[in-house]
Structure formats: structure tokens, C-alpha cells
Design a protein around this ligand. Structure first.
Ligand SMILES: [Zn+2]
Length: 305
């Protein structure tokens, strides 16, 4: 894969550490000192006494509590909100630059596909492709309509603000913890999130399937996003000099983040599909290059996905 001399997308936001977490009405600083003073348990009890439910606590405080409860480092949402993620280190700088190239490439691929209308057809008429914004953050981030999140959740897409959120540290997690190294594996992750954006535009993410659980519908959506990522790869093959080795990086990544490989033993808990399914749907998009073949909702029986 070659990114030198390729276009960098300007639909890019560097949020710095903390992601600009803002609390609705309640002074975070005060609550943070309350946490320091009372400890996590004490604050939860105090919140309960005051009648503040966990879900109405300000996002940044929730992250502190969650971070502490899950044994991770408690990241304050407000302390370093102004730093640049991309400028924090050379590794980050490279990741940001790389992400902008991949994002630009997805724009170049999806725009004409929306123009030609070669997409799975659902209720919504998608119209022209609207480019999503890629937000890079460190530790935690606030979204416009999807609440806030910490890096632990991995890269994600928020349909309410049409933005993709990635902590560049996730690339390291992929390489070390998920054993999915390689630049094209990282590109696949971005393309997958862009796939969720495409689903938002064509209305796939609002579909329901009679007799299927939320998790099962989620699997259909995730496999479709994998397939759409493959469609991008197919079309970007020449412009980004994507090789067979790159392809195996992506299928290896798709394999390592399958529900079964991640250790979910109960099929009912699957939300993304098995390793085999994820690989298969990605490859379907990559080989055929036709987004219409990514219609996981056209597969009648869930077991046949
Ligand atoms: Zn996904």
C-alpha cells in the first residue's frame, strides 16, 4: 500500500486529549474534586443520595467512574483538552496522516458509487454522498449525539453527527493485542467505520428484521460494513497500490476481531459475526467491488449469513 503523494482529506478533526468533554450544567471540576475527596464508591453513594442517576452524570465524570470501576486508569475529561493528538508523538503524526489518506480515498470511491446508485436499496433514497468527518482523540471523547466514549470501545461511528472517532492508539492495540498488524489492516478499520456511515446514508442502520434479536441485526450490519469496506478496497486497489499481502492483512484483521476469536462463547452474544463470516463478507466486497452484493439483509435466514 502506498500513500505518498496521495490526497489527504480535510474532513478531519484533532480533538486532543479529553476530546473536549463538556458537562451539561454541572461543574465537572467540582464533581472531579468530589470524586477525589470521596473516592468512586463515595461519589456514587453521594450521587444516589442526591438523586443523581448514573446516566445523568456528566460524561467526563462517568468516564472517570467507569475507568476506575473497570480497573483502568481514570482519565479526566477536562485536564488536557487543548493538546493535539497528531502532534503528541511521531507515531501519532504518522497515524493521523495515514488516516487522512484512507479517508480521502473512501470519499473518492463512495462519491461516484452514490452517483451511479449501485447500492443496496432500502427505504431511504440516499441522494449524493455526504462526506463524514474523522475525529482523532486520545483517551476519551464527546460526540454530537452519541454520548461520550473512552478509547476502550475502539473506533466507532456516530450516526447523529456523521463522524468517525478513532484513538490512534488503537492501531497499536490491533498490532499487539489483536495480532492484526499492517497498514492495510488499519485502513480496513477506517473503511469499516465509513461503511457504517454509508449504512446511515442508505438507511440500513434503521432496519429491523422480524423475529431477530438486536444482536442478530447488529451482526447483519457489521458484516455489511465489512463488505462495504471491501468494496472500498476493490476500488482503491490501483490508486493506493494495494497488494495481495495487503489483502491478507485485512482478512487477518477481520479474522482476529470475529466474535468467536474474541472469545464470546455464547452465540447469542455475538454482535459482529464470527471470524469466518467477517472474512467472507470483506472478501465478497473486495473481490466483486459491487456494494449491491453487500446486502446482508437480503439473506433470508440468519444462519446463512
Ligand atoms: Zn462496526
Amino acid at each position: 500500500m502506498e500513500i505518498q503523494g496521495r490526497r489527504r482529506s480535510s474532513n478531519f478533526e484533532d480533538r486532543g486529549s479529553g476530546g473536549g468533554g463538556r458537562a451539561g450544567g454541572i461543574p465537572v471540576q467540582g464533581l472531579s474534586s468530589l470524586v477525589r475527596l470521596l473516592g468512586i464508591k463515595g461519589t456514587l453513594i453521594a450521587a444516589a443520595v442526591l438523586g443523581i442517576g448514573f446516566f445523568v452524570l456528566p460524561a467526563s465524570l462517568k468516564q472517570q467512574l467507569l475507568g476506575a470501576l473497570s480497573g483502568g486508569a481514570a482519565e479526566g475529561g477536562s485536564a488536557q483538552g487543548s493538546g493535539s493528538v497528531c502532534e503528541a508523538s511521531a507515531v501519532n503524526g504518522k497515524a493521523c496522516d495515514f488516516s487522512r489518506v484512507v479517508l480521502a480515498s473512501t470519499e473518492d470511491v463512495w462519491k461516484p458509487l452514490f452517483q451511479s446508485g449501485a447500492l443496496p436499496r432500502y427505504a431511504a433514497a440516499p441522494g449524493a454522498y455526504r462526506e463524514p468527518v474523522l475525529v482523532v482523540f486520545a483517551s476519551s471523547v464527546s460526540t454530537g449525539g452519541c454520548g461520550s466514549a473512552t478509547s476502550d470501545v475502539g473506533p466507532f461511528y456516530c450516526p447523529a453527527d456523521s463522524k468517525l472517532y478513532i484513538d490512534p492508539g488503537f492501531y497499536d492495540v490491533m498490532e499487539k493485542r489483536l495480532r492484526a498488524p499492517g497498514d492495510f489492516a488499519q485502513a480496513y478499520v477506517i473503511a469499516h467505520e465509513v461503511g457504517h456511515h454509508v449504512q446511515n446514508l442508505i438507511g440500513a442502520n434503521r432496519l429491523k428484521v422480524d423475529g431477530e434479536t438486536k444482536n442478530q441485526v447488529s451482526v447483519r450490519l457489521e458484516l455489511q460494513a465489512d463488505c462495504l469496506a471491501g468494496v472500498w478496497g476493490h476500488s482503491a486497489r490501483a490508486s493506493l497500490s494495494i497488494t495481495d499481502e495487503d489483502l491478507s492483512e485485512a482478512t487477518n484483521a477481520a479474522h482476529s476481531i470475529g466474535d468467536d476469536t474474541l472469545g464470546h462463547s455464547n452465540e447469542k452474544d455475538y454482535t459482529h459475526g464470527t471470524s469466518d463470516q467477517r472474512k467472507r463478507w470483506f472478501k465478497r466486497g473486495f473481490e466483486g467491488g459491487d456494494a449491491r452484493t453487500c446486502d446482508t439483509f437480503a439473506v433470508k435466514r440468519y444462519a446463512e449469513l
